[in-house]
Design a protein around this ligand. Structure first.
Ligand code: ZN
Length: 388
């Protein structure tokens, strides 16, 4: 199937010109190593997404190289990419100060006012059965430390790593030992201690080499220690966004995430699924393979794949709109918060972009076969991928 699109507004995302982007191609599933995968979405001269038949993992098979990612996170992750606001016109020094103040405010709010049920306590509540006030906890990608406040309140020793220096600094101010090193440089020496629990919230999907990410964690985790990983859930994620969004190198299924953890000697203890998948697992370095009972894994839940991809990508009514142009509208963030699941997108020919949203107009033709080829109208260089 060939899908043509035009962009009328692109919400919090923005397009990256393709000229200077070096791409690499992955030859095997980055989770299970299988070569049995199929391409499901091809952006002309840009990203290719593939689906692993062995572990139901969705990943960018053709993607920007590691160097491109490193550069992007170092220089652009924290920088404004949208139109200039009042904030962005301020001198750099004033902006840095304001960012820091905002960071402190976020941290203070977390420590001063968090109550059971608060969003910032979710991970703490999820992990509480396996920790004590003496536990040492590390957050990979800690930001301002939001997910650690509840652990600090409980009495735990809290450490964090984050690529952003000012975020790490803000977290440090409130009793979290935070540093801004890349995860692959995490060693026992970094904090001179082993951890009882390592948490990582919406980070793993950004990591090109998930096995290396987990081996970094294992270096600092006590035997018998715990890991709590949260990632977007492929079953409740807008695949259109996944196909275009370069920074999510992966979109995990319950099966692919548990496969990855199992291969790294983690015993699955608890899994929840909604718009995201959250797993609590115990590190068992001496365990014999496999460490997880098969009943926890639900292979093949997403078949038939074709129907799943088309429905998730183009909407449940996609057949009705064949050959027509439709709007694809990203909903504003305020309404997202009210929803139990992420519905990033709604389909309508009447709606127009909201302040935070975006509108992309699609039309498609040809037989409904995979992969879906995406072409941007009027762009001869290809179909640019999106970042934010
Ligand atoms: Zn796989």
């Amino acid at each position: 199937m060939r899908v043509h699109y035009t962009i009328e507004a692109l919400g919090p995302l923005h397009e990256t010109p393709l000229e200077s982007v070096p791409f690499e191609t992955v030859q095997e599933c980055p989770v299970c190593g299988s070569e049995k995968f199929m391409d499901v979405a091809v952006l002309e001269n840009s990203l290719t997404s593939a689906w692993c038949h062995s572990c139901s993992h969705l990943f960018h098979r053709k993607r920007p190289t590691q160097e491109w990612h490193d550069h992007w996170y170092q220089f652009s992750w924290d920088k404004p990419t949208l139109k200039k606001t009042f904030f962005h016109r301020l001198p750099q020094g004033v902006r840095n100060l304001l960012k820091r103040v905002m960071g402190f405010y976020t941290v203070k709010r977390g420590i001063g006012f968090s109550k059971p049920g608060d969003k910032m306590r979710e991970i703490f509540e999820f992990c509480r059965p396996v920790i004590s006030p003496r536990s040492k906890v590390l957050d990979i990608g800690c930001g301002y430390g939001n997910n650690l406040f509840a652990f600090v309140q409980y009495g735990c020793t809290a450490c964090g790593v984050d690529p952003s220096p000012h975020r790490a600094k803000a977290a440090t101010f409130f009793g979290i030992r935070a540093t801004n090193i890349p995860i692959e440089r995490l060693e026992l020496d970094t904090f001179q201690q082993r951890f009882d629990l390592v948490i990582s919230n919406h980070v793993l999907e950004h990591v090109l080499t998930p096995h290396l990410f987990l081996s970094s964690i294992r270096r600092v985790l006590s035997p018998g220690g715990w890991i709590c990983i949260t990632v977007p859930n492929v079953e409740n994620y807008l695949l259109l966004e996944q196909f275009f969004y370069a920074l999510h190198a992966h979109c995990f299924s319950r099966e692919s995430l548990t496969t990855l953890l199992e291969a790294n000697k983690f015993l699955i203890h608890r899994v929840t699924e909604d718009f995201q998948i959250r797993v609590l697992a115990q590190y068992r370095p001496d365990a014999k393979d496999p460490v997880n009972p098969r009943s926890l894994l639900n292979g093949d839940r997403l078949s038939p794949l074709k129907e799943f991809i088309f429905t998730k990508c183009l909407g449940p009514d996609y057949e009705r709109y064949e050959g027509q142009k439709i709007f694809c509208q990203w909903e504003d963030l305020a309404s997202l918060k009210k929803l139990k699941y992420h519905h990033h997108v709604s389909y309508s020919s009447e709606k127009y972009p909201t302040k935070e949203g975006g509108v992309v107009r699609f039309s498609w033709e040809g037989p409904r076969e995979l992969p879906i080829y995406f072409f941007k109208e009027g762009d001869k260089k290809g179909a640019p991928f999106w970042v934010k």
